[in-house]
Ligand binder design. Structure first.
Ligand code: ATP
Length: 134
């Protein structure tokens, strides 16, 4: 069996990654999917988090949020609503978004949409995690 699989990560606007990968960790909506070559076919909803891909022994990181993942034995396609490489990420903005979301969740004032704050918190954490490998 091949030691790699084709890995693509795209948003509707751009292709972020197309490489022969050795392994990948993908934040699906129900938890992390660990992918190696020859994985059983599946479709999953993409969650929010840090996606990592090992290419030629080096691990690449992206922050992703929402979308779909298609896994085939030799090919993985991630179509993400949002996907950012560490170089795209403004750390201070993500830190400010994290503080804002934490504050909203700790002291929810009338009119605060808790689900929205929780999603903002997850996006900020995903950005900070992915950017920590800059
Ligand atoms: P913020 O509250 O800082 O706007 P957010 O999570 O609400 O963060 P999104 O709605 O997810 O922001 O994204 C809006 C746009 O801003 C997207 O194009 C996204 O890529 C970009 N963006 C958001 N946060 C950052 C960041 N920290 N660094 C770079 N781009 C960002």
């Amino acid at each position: 069996m091949s030691e790699t699989f084709r890995m693509e990560v795209a948003t509707p606007e751009r292709l972020l990654l197309a490489e022969d990968a050795q392994e990948a960790q993908i934040p699906a909506a129900n938890g992390y999917l660990g992918i190696l070559p020859g994985h059983a076919p599946l479709m999953a909803e993409l969650g929010t988090g840090e996606l990592s891909v090992k290419v030629h022994g080096r691990t690449l990181y992206l922050a992703v949020s929402g979308g779909w993942v298609e896994v085939l034995p030799d090919h993985v396609r991630v179509l993400a609503t949002l996907a950012e490489a560490p170089s795209d990420i403004d750390l201070e903005r993500a830190q400010a978004a994290l503080r804002r979301a934490e504050e909203r969740l700790k002291h929810p004032e009338p009119g605060v949409d808790v689900a929205r704050a929780l999603n903002a918190l997850k996006r900020a954490r995903a950005r900070l995690d992915a950017a920590s490998h800059k």
